[in-house]
Design a protein around this ligand. Structure first.
Ligand code: HEC
Length: 189
């Protein structure tokens, strides 16, 4: 009887020992380095064309200067980035975002049939604020910085040339394109 107990305990200990050895051995064999950063880094709306920290995005060059050498045809290609959410044809339907035909000098948040965010309505100052070249320039470089809380889920176009080309293109999608702004930077004092 006693020896049976001994055998049982022995077998149990033996099993535990084997299991422990296996686990220690497999730890050694399959041990994988813990990655420095765990999992994926999800970069929300990573600016594909950011040239620096998105945080520091400011329009350094006046839009008039940028537009003087802008290429509206090249800008039409850039508009592909917007086309999933915006229509640019006269009378075209609103999509995720409002129709942008004739948006230059159009009062902010004024396209009929579109439910603008509270943030955009505030920014519109009840129709007093317009989409001037300058406003478009600042908005498109970093939408959520210029209009905090906007519903426009777009990181922004940090590249000056690309942005200027796009704005030049937006200008042409109108019955009568607004004249280009002054190419000379305004005097600072
Ligand atoms: C993911 C969808 C999406 C993309 C991409 C997008 N927009 Fe928008 N856009 C919106 C939404 C939504 C609004 C309305 C914002 C609000 O109400 O806050 C908006 C608003 C605007 C407005 C203000 C219009 C008005 O009537 O006041 C302009 C200008 C604009 N977008 C330009 C652009 C341009 C140019 C691009 C491409 C570079 C672009 N958007 C890309 C969704 C988008």
């Amino acid at each position: 009887m006693n020896s049976y107990v001994n055998m049982g305990v022995g077998a149990l200990l033996g099993t535990v020992f084997v299991l422990m050895s296996v686990s220690i051995a497999s730890e050694g064999i399959f041990h994988s380095e813990v990655p420095e950063k765990e999992g994926f880094t999800i970069v929300a709306e990573a600016p594909a064309d950011a040239e620096g920290a998105g945080e520091a995005a400011v329009a350094a060059v006046p839009i008039g200067v940028l537009l003087a050498s802008a290429d509206a045809t090249a800008g039409q290609a850039v508009f592909k980035k917007c086309a999933s959410c915006h229509n640019d044809v006269n009378g075209g339907a609103n999509k995720v975002g409002p129709n942008l035909f004739g948006v230059v000098e159009r009062p902010v948040a004024s396209h009929e049939g579109f439910a603008y965010s509270a943030a955009m309505k505030t920014f519109s100052k009840d129709g007093a604020e317009k989409w001037t070249f300058d406003n478009l320039n600042h908005f498109l470089i970093a939408p959520k910085k210029f209009v905090p809380g906007t519903a426009m889920g777009f990181a922004g176009l940090k590249n000056d040339t690309e942005r200027a080309n796009l704005i030049a293109y937006l200008r042409t999608t109108a019955d009568a394109p607004v004249p280009l702004p002054e190419a000379t930077p305004p005097a600072t004092n």
